[in-house]
Design a protein around this ligand. Structure first.
Ligand code: CU
Length: 138
C-alpha cells in the first residue's frame, strides 16, 4: 500500500534521524617541542659534570648541551636501548669554547628508554648523565 503524500513530504523535509552526525572527537592535548638545556660545568670541589645530570625528553624535543667550562667536553652514549642505532650521533663533537652548543634532536631514532652518556675525556671523573626518552604524545 502506497504511503500518503503527507508522509512522503515529511520525510523529504526532515530526513531520517538515523544518519545524524556526531561531533568529531577532540584532538589529543599536545605541548610544543621543548629545548632542554644541559650545561657542562666545572666546579670546585665537586668537579666537572653535566647539569642537570638527568633529564626527560619526549619525541620532538631538543637536548642542548652548552659548554660552560674551560676544558673540552663532549657527549658519548654508553648505554642505550638495544633496538636503537644512533649511528654517528653516538659520539658528539668536542666543545672547546664557552657558549658553544651541541643539539641532539629526539627524533624517531630515539626509541623510548634510558640513554646513559659520558664525556669521553672526563668519564673517569664521573662526568656522566642520563636522558630518559618518554613515549611521545606528539
Ligand atoms: Cu668533559
Amino acid at each position: 500500500m502506497a504511503r500518503s503524500p503527507l508522509v512522503a513530504l515529511l520525510i523529504a523535509c526532515f530526513g531520517s534521524p538515523v544518519g545524524a552526525q556526531s561531533a568529531p572527537p577532540a584532538p589529543p592535548p599536545s605541548t610544543p617541542p621543548r629545548v632542554i638545556v644541559v650545561r657542562m660545568v666545572e666546579r670546585v670541589p665537586y668537579g666537572i659534570a653535566f647539569e642537570p645530570a638527568r633529564v626527560s625528553a619526549q619525541p620532538g624535543d631538543t637536548v642542548r648541551f652548552v659548554q660552560a667550562g674551560g676544558m673540552p667536553h663532549n657527549v658519548e652514549f654508553r648505554s642505550i636501548p638495544a633496538a636503537v642505532d644512533l649511528g654517528e650521533r653516538r659520539v658528539g663533537p668536542m666543545l672547546v669554547s664557552i657558549g658553544q652548543t651541541y643539539d641532539i634532536v629526539i627524533d624517531g631514532g630515539f626509541l623510548p628508554g634510558k640513554y646513559v652518556y659520558v664525556c669521553t675525556p672526563h668519564e673517569g671523573f664521573g662526568m656522566a648523565g642520563i636522558i630518559y626518552v618518554e613515549e611521545g604524545a606528539r
